[in-house]
Design a binder for this molecule. Structure first.
Ligand code: ATP
Length: 234
């Protein structure tokens, strides 16, 4: 089966600073793949290169059999990619406005239908739909970030550190919400420092100084010495 996303020999960075040194990875259709790595390993840089916010200096990115590394971010989004940044939402915009932005490329009626479905999953957001996102708690903001990207029903969702800034109880809520809302035609690539997200993953990659240090199924990564060394200093 063609991988939803195939990355080969990817190199990227900022000016004179090279961050990614030849990344090979893939996300198969319908899978959840976890990109693990400590601070500064290059996770955000990889996601930003995949969505097109940073140029791919060398190597290739193929989505559904098509080379996309030369495309602009909006062209990648129209092909079914979505990116949830660590910040996730625009604090001065209302909940409704944030979700509408996530569905910017969709027909209006379809966006509203999908938004109303999501409000049944996120009743707290529905109650405050006309309020600014800045009035939400950290956990609720994360939920809004998730609703904002899910409204477009992306085929591949790239998520940057959904746990950042959250207390453990909210991290668990985010994991539960992802477990119930992701499925069907959506593949997911999550960049995380938090190993708890392995519970969601079919497969994963451990990134270290811009290179893939280990990869495998969830079980293989849980048993991996490289993951233990990175996370538990063992
Ligand atoms: P974190 O969990 O801290 O976000 P990360 O694995 O996502 O870590 P990146 O944010 O991709 O790591 O950072 C990789 C390297 O690139 C780091 O050394 C970082 O300092 C550097 N870097 C990140 N953003 C920029 C930028 N805009 N300009 C220059 N260097 C950057």
């Amino acid at each position: 089966m063609t991988a939803a996303l195939q990355v080969q020999g990817l190199q990227a960075g900022y000016g004179a600073m090279q961050v990614l040194w030849g990344i090979d990875m893939e996300v198969r259709p319908g899978q959840t793949v976890l990109l693990l790595g400590a601070n500064s390993a290059g996770k955000t840089t990889l996601l930003r290169t995949l969505i097109g916010l940073l140029p791919c200096r060398s190597g290739s990115i193929t989505f559904d059999g098509e080379r996309i590394d030369g495309l602009r971010p909006d062209q990648r989004i129209r092909r079914g990619l979505a990116f949830m940044s660590e910040l996730g939402v625009f604090p001065t915009l209302s909940i409704d406005e944030n979700i509408a932005l996530g569905g910017y490329f969709m027909p209006d009626a379809k966006m509203r239908r999908r938004r109303d479905e999501l409000f049944t999953v996120f009743p707290d957001l529905a109650k405050k739909r006309r309020d600014a996102a800045s009035t939400l708690s950290g956990g609720q903001r994360k939920m809004l970030g998730i609703a904002k990207v899910l409204v477009a029903e992306p085929r591949l969702l790239l998520m940057d550190e959904p746990s950042s800034g959250l207390a453990p109880v909210f991290v668990k809520q985010v994991i539960d919400v992802l477990r119930t809302t992701i499925g069907g035609g959506t593949s997911l690539l999550i960049a995380e420092q938090n190993v708890a997200f392995l519970a969601l993953a079919d497969r994963g990659y451990l990134l270290d100084h811009g290179k893939v240090r280990a990869s495998g199924t969830r079980e293989e990564l849980e048993a991996s010495d490289a993951v233990r060394e990175t996370y538990f200093g063992l």
